[in-house]
Design a protein around this ligand. Structure first.
Ligand SMILES: Cc1cc2nc3c(=O)[nH]c(=O)nc-3n(C[C@H](O)[C@H](O)[C@H](O)COP(=O)(O)O)c2cc1C
Length: 201
């Protein structure tokens, strides 16, 4: 079974909703999600890092705070320097998601940070792969897929409301479909990881 680690921070529970839906999508694709929540900057990251090392693909997720990934997630990212030096995550698949209050809110910058984290580890990035809706307001309603029109990764928008109702249905379904896509990509990628191929480098 292909393992997809979903490592994320969520200060108030909205980004966590997306993590759960990505996990659902991984299960829908017949694979195994491993949800790894970063709780605080002072925690021991070693168990999280170990589980990522065991996974076939990793989805990084953080809310956008002050136009970038949350500080807690950034502390975790810095703690992965050991895996960087040993090349432990090289050639795994990676993907990313974020969530914020504004439609833009500079979510693109947070996704770029996640992309760079993956690139520094030599990971291969899987983008969202879901077309944005049309241009009229009705077409961009809360039930639509990829309603904020992100391509590099999953971007969701949450109001100042309970995570039970926000982010809305369209963002949740976008996250589920993203989970399916990553799991399917990981299965394909794992099939090609034969010793002859990896030793050829
Ligand atoms: C410290 C802080 C900074 C924030 N900065 C941004 C921002 O730059 N752009 C934005 O659209 N929303 C911003 N927000 C709003 C959050 O992104 C939004 O409330 C999000 O749903 C929180 O996700 P969470 O519940 O997973 O923590 C900020 C919130 C906090 C607490």
């Amino acid at each position: 079974m292909t393992k997809v680690a979903i490592v994320y921070h969520s200060g108030y529970g909205h980004t966590a909703v997306l993590a759960d839906k990505i996990a659902e999508g991984v299960r829908d694709a017949g694979q195994t999600p491993v949800l790894l929540k970063i709780d605080n900057a002072a925690q021991d990251f070693a168990p999280v890092i170990e589980q990522i090392t065991e996974a076939d693909a990793v989805v990084f997720g953080a809310p956008t705070y002050m136009g970038d990934v949350s500080g807690v997630f950034k502390v975790f990212a810095d703690a992965t320097a050991g895996a960087f030096f040993t090349g432990a995550w090289k050639d795994k698949l990676a993907a990313g998601f974020t969530n914020s209050h504004s439609f833009s809110g500079d979510k693109g910058h947070a996704l770029e940070s996640l992309t760079i984290l993956a690139a520094q580890h030599g990971m291969n990035w899987v983008n969202l792969g879901l077309a944005p809706p049309g241009v009229t307001a009705a077409e961009r309603g809360p039930d639509t897929i990829n309603r904020v029109g992100s391509f590099i990764g999953l971007a969701a928008q949450s109001d100042n409301a309970s995570p039970e109702i926000s982010p809305p249905a369209g963002d949740r379904e976008t996250a589920r479909l993203f989970g399916v896509r990553i799991a399917q990509a990981a299965v394909r990628w794992s099939r090609g990881a034969q010793p002859a191929l990896s030793e050829a480098a």
